[in-house]
Design a protein around this ligand. Structure first.
Ligand code: ADP
Ligand code: MG
Length: 730
C-alpha cells in the first residue's frame, strides 16, 4: 500500500459519514444567545421587582437572598423546560484544565407516589460536588474535607442539550478557592477598586472600571481516524515522535489561505452553536502551521469572556468529533512547526465609556492614558517572573522560547510613537512639560497623540506583552490553559501598581503639591523605574537573552523553577494586598502545579517507553529481517564479490537499525530506572525538578533515534501515521 493510502481506510469512513450541519434560516443577530438566560429573558420570565433586584446583583454586586433566588430559579426553570431541559448542573472550573459538571434531574418525590419538576433557589445558588476528586494541593486535607459550588450571577446560565448549566465558583467550606473563577473575581474586584480610585483624579463621576478580555484561540484539527492510530496523541495530546514532513509551513501558504471544505463545515457548525450560546464569534482563519486554525470572538467583560472561552474549548472538542476530526488544544502537538497559543487582549474601560489604555483628545485625557500605560508597565516589570509563572505549564513549556512563539522572557513592546512620548516625559524638565499661563490655563506639553496609534499595525510578533493601540496583548498564554490563571496575576499586579501610584500622588498632594504636577512627578519616576521591561527589539535573538539578564529580568527556563515565582515575597505581598490569595492558598496551588507537571512528564515517559518497545523496535527489527533475507538471497544467486556490492546499502541499513534499536532499548531502560529513582522523592517541588532535569531530556534522546528509524524503515510497515499524513487535511 502506498503511504498516502495507509490510513485512508479509517479516514475515509469519517469523510463519508453524513454530517448534519445546522443551517439556521435566521441571521446571527436573531439566534445569538438563543440558549442563554439573558437580561431580556429575565425580564420576560421574572416579576419586575425580581428582575430589578437581579440587575442590581449583576451590575453592583448586591447580595441575593434565598427568597429572591427561589423566584429566579422558578423563572429559569420555566424558560429551560420550554427548551426541553430536564436536568441542571453547576458548571465550574477546577484546577485541572477544563470544566466540571454534576448533573441533577429537576425531579423530586411529590409525596403521593409520583414525581414533580422542582428547581429551587437553593439548588440554583449552592451545590456540593464531591470535592475530594479535584486537585486541592492539600487544602482540604489540612482544613476541611468538603467543598461547595456557588452561583456566579454575573455569568448568565445557559442550556446545552437537556441540561441547564449554572456557572459557579468552587470553594472549600473554610473559604479557600479550589478553582480559577473565585480568585479571578477577586482580582477583578481589586482592579476595579484601584483603577476607579485613580480615575477620580481625571473623571470624578466614574463609578466603576471594567476589565475587558478578547481572546484569540488557536487549535489544530487532525483526522479522527489518524488520531486513533497515534497512542501518543491520544494519551498526551502531542506527538512524542515523528519526523518533519518534507513540506510543512516553509511556504507560508496555510496562513490566511482558503479553508478546506471539511474544516469550513466544522467551523460553521461550531460558530452557530457558539453564537447560540452567546459567544460573540467574529474572526476565523487558518494559522501559520498546516491544519492550524484560529477563532476569536469580540472582546467582553473578563469574567464572562473566560467562561465563554472554557465553553468554546469544550464545544470545539465535541463538534470536531462530529465532523470526523479531533481538535488538539495542546500547545505543541507537533515538533518543528508552530504551536498554539491563546492571545489575551486586555484593557480597562470605565462605566462612562472611556477606554483607559486608549489616548484621548485633551491633554488631561492623555495624562490619564500615560498613567494607565505606565502603571501597567510597572506591574509587568515588578512581576515579570510571576507573569511567566502564570502562563507556564509542562505543555506550554514546549511552545515558549522557540522561534515562533513568545520568548521565555516577559517584556513589553510599545512601538515608536508611545516610546517617543515616554522618552519625552522622562527627559524634559518639569517647566518644559507644564506651562502655567493665566489663572486656569495650565498647559501640558504632552505631544498630540492620535486616537489611532500608527503602531497599531506594527506587529512585533516576538513580544510576549505588546501594546497595540488601545490594549495590551498577552501572547504567552497557552492554548489549552484557563486564561484566568494569567489574568488573575495580571489584574492583581496592575491593581497593586495603581494602589502604590495613588498613595504616592496623594502624599504629594497632602504636602501641598498641585494634583497634575504630583501625577506627572510620580509617572516620571515610574517611567525610569520600569524601563527594563520595555523592549521593542527581536525577542528571539541571543543578544536579548544576555541583555535581559543584565536588566534583571527573569530568564529562568525550567518550568518547575518558574513556578517558584508565586512564592516570592513580593508576589505573596501583592496577592495579600489585593485580597486575591492568602499565602497558604498560593502554597497549595503550587503543590498542584508541581504535581501536575510531574504527572504529565510521567505519562509521556510511559507512553514513549511503551511505543518504543511495542511498536518501533518490533517493526524496525521486522524490516531488518527482510533486509537480511534479501542479502542472503542475493548471495545465493550472485558471485560473492558482486553480491557484496549489490547488498552494500542493505547491509548499512541493517547495521544502522541494529545500532539505533539497541540505543533505544538501553535508553528506555535508563528512562525506567531514572523514573523509579525520582518517584521516591516525596517533596513535590524537588520531584518536579528531578522530572525536568533528569527524565524529560531522555524523551528527546529516544525520539531522536525513532525519528531516524522512521526515515529508513519501509513506509508500509511503519505503524504510526506520519506528520505528512496527520498534517494535511484533504
Ligand atoms: P489580531 O489582529 O491580533 O487578530 P483582532 O482585531 O482580531 O486582532 O482582535 C483580537 C481580539 O482583540 C478580539 O477579540 C478583539 O475583540 C479584541 N479587542 C479589540 N479591542 C480591544 C480592547 N480595547 N480591549 C480588549 N480586547 C480588544
Ligand atoms: Mg492579536
Amino acid at each position: 500500500m502506498s503511504s498516502s493510502l495507509r490510513f485512508e481506510v479509517v479516514g475515509e469512513a469519517f469523510k463519508k459519514k453524513a454530517i448534519e450541519t445546522p443551517t439556521p434560516q435566521e441571521r446571527p443577530s436573531e439566534f445569538f444567545a438563543k440558549y442563554v438566560f439573558t437580561r431580556k429573558k429575565m425580564k420576560e420570565y421574572l416579576p419586575t421587582h425580581v428582575y430589578e433586584k437581579m440587575c442590581d446583583v449583576i451590575d453592583n454586586g448586591a447580595t441575593l437572598d434565598l427568597k429572591t433566588a427561589d423566584i429566579v430559579a422558578d423563572g429559569m426553570k420555566r424558560w429551560a423546560m420550554e427548551l426541553g431541559v430536564t436536568h441542571c448542573t453547576h458548571w465550574f472550573q477546577p484546577l485541572t484544565e477544563g470544566t466540571a459538571e454534576k448533573h441533577d434531574a429537576f425531579v423530586e418525590h411529590d409525596n403521593q407516589g409520583g414525581m414533580i419538576e422542582v428547581f429551587s433557589g437553593k439548588q440554583l445558588v449552592q451545590q456540593e460536588p464531591d470535592a475530594s476528586s479535584f486537585p486541592n494541593g492539600g487544602i482540604r486535607s489540612t482544613f476541611e474535607a468538603r467543598g461547595y459550588s456557588a452561583w456566579d450571577p454575573a455569568s448568565p446560565v445557559f442550556v446545552i442539550g437537556d441540561t441547564l448549566m449554572i456557572p459557579t465558583i468552587f470553594i472549600a467550606y473554610t473559604g479557600e478557592a479550589l478553582d480559577y473563577k473565585a480568585p479571578l473575581k477577586k482580582s477583578l474586584h481589586a482592579l476595579n477598586k484601584a483603577a476607579t480610585d485613580v480615575c477620580h483624579y481625571f473623571y470624578p463621576n466614574v463609578k466603576k472600571v471594567i476589565t475587558n478580555l478578547g481572546w484569540e484561540q488557536e487549535y489544530f484539527l487532525v483526522d479522527e481516524g489518524l488520531y486513533a492510530a497515534r497512542p501518543d496523541l491520544l494519551m498526551t495530546g502531542r506527538t512524542l515522535m515523528g519526523h518533519d514532513s518534507a513540506k510543512n509551513q516553509q511556504m507560508d501558504d496555510h496562513y490566511f489561505g482558503s479553508i478546506p471544505g471539511r474544516v469550513a463545515e466544522f467551523m460553521k457548525d461550531l460558530e452557530i452553536q457558539a453564537l447560540e450560546l452567546g459567544i460573540p464569534c467574529k474572526t476565523r482563519h487558518n494559522e501559520a502551521a498546516p491544519n492550524q486554525f484560529e477563532l476569536a470572538p469580540i472582546y467582553e467583560e473578563m469574567n464572562l469572556a473566560i467562561d465563554h472561552n472554557m465553553l468554546l474549548m469544550s464545544l470545539m472538542t465535541r463538534i470536531a468529533r462530529k465532523h470526523g476530526f479531533r481538535c488538539l488544544l495542546h500547545e505543541k502537538p507537533f515538533a518543528g512547526i508552530n504551536g498554539s497559543g491563546k492571545h489575551n487582549n486586555w484593557s480597562l474601560a470605565t462605566d462612562t465609556g472611556i477606554l483607559l489604555h486608549s489616548p484621548g483628545k485633551t491633554p488631561e485625557d492623555n495624562l490619564r492614558f500615560i498613567t494607565f500605560i505606565v502603571e501597567t508597565l510597572m506591574a509587568v516589570y515588578r512581576h515579570n517572573g510571576l507573569l511567566k509563572a502564570s502562563i507556564m505549564s509542562a505543555t506550554n513549556a514546549h511552545r515558549l522560547g522557540g522561534f515562533e512563539a513568545p520568548p521565555t522572557i516577559i517584556s513589553s513592546f510599545l512601538g515608536k510613537q508611545l516610546s517617543d512620548i515616554l522618552d519625552h516625559l522622562e527627559n524634559s524638565t518639569e517647566e518644559e512639560l507644564i506651562n502655567v499661563g493665566g489663572k486656569h490655563s495650565m498647559q501640558l506639553d504632552i505631544p498630540q497623540i492620535p486616537e489611532l496609534l500608527i503602531d497599531n499595525t506594527d506587529r512585533n510578533r516576538t513580544s510576549p506583552f505588546a501594546f497595540i493601540g488601545n490594549r495590551f496583548e498577552f501572547r504567552a498564554v497557552g492554548a489549552q490553559a484557563n486564561s484566568a490563571a494569567a489574568m488573575i496575576a495580571l489584574n492583581a499586579a496592575v491593581a497593586e501598581a495603581l494602589i502604590h501610584f495613588k498613595e504616592r500622588v496623594d502624599a504629594l498632594i497632602a504636602e501641598g503639591e498641585d494634583k497634575t504636577k504630583a501625577i506627572l512627578q510620580v509617572i516620571r519616576e515610574d517611567i525610569k523605574t520600569c524601563k527594563p521591561i520595555h523592549f521593542d527589539g527581536n525577542g528571539y535573538s541571543q543578544e536579548w537573552q544576555e541583555e535581559a539578564k543584565r536588566r534583571g529580568l527573569d530568564t529562568e527556563r525550567s518550568c518547575p523553577l518558574i513556578f517558584d515565582r508565586y512564592l516570592d515575597e513580593q508576589s505573596v505581598t501583592m496577592f495579600e494586598l489585593t485580597n486575591v490569595f492568602k499565602r497558604y492558598e498560593i502554597e497549595a496551588r503550587n503543590e498542584i502545579k508541581w504535581e501536575t507537571y510531574t504527572k504529565k512528564i510521567q505519562i509521556e515517559a510511559r507512553v514513549l517507553g511503551d511505543l518504543s518497545m511495542n511498536h518501533i523496535i518490533p517493526v524496525a527489527t521486522h524490516y531488518q529481517s527482510q533486509l537480511l533475507k534479501n542479502v542472503k538471497d542475493v548471495a545465493d544467486i550472485f558471485p560473492a564479490d558482486h553480491a557484496k556490492k549489490l547488498s552494500s546499502r542493505n547491509i548499512k541499513l541493517i547495521e544502522e537499525i541494529a545500532e539505533r534499536t539497541s540505543l533505544i532499548e538501553s535508553q528506555v531502560e535508563e528512562l525506567v530506572n531514572v523514573r523509579k529513582q525520582v518517584n521516591k522523592i516525596e517533596d513535590e517541588h524537588k520531584k518536579a525538578i528531578a522530572y525536568h532535569d533528569k527524565v524529560e531530556p531522555k524523551l528527546e534522546d529516544i525520539r531522536y533515534q525513532i525519528d531516524k528509524l522512521e526515515l529508513i524503515v519501509d513506509d508500509s510497515l511503519w505503524p504510526l501515521p506520519k506528520y505528512r499524513e496527520l498534517l494535511f487535511i484533504r
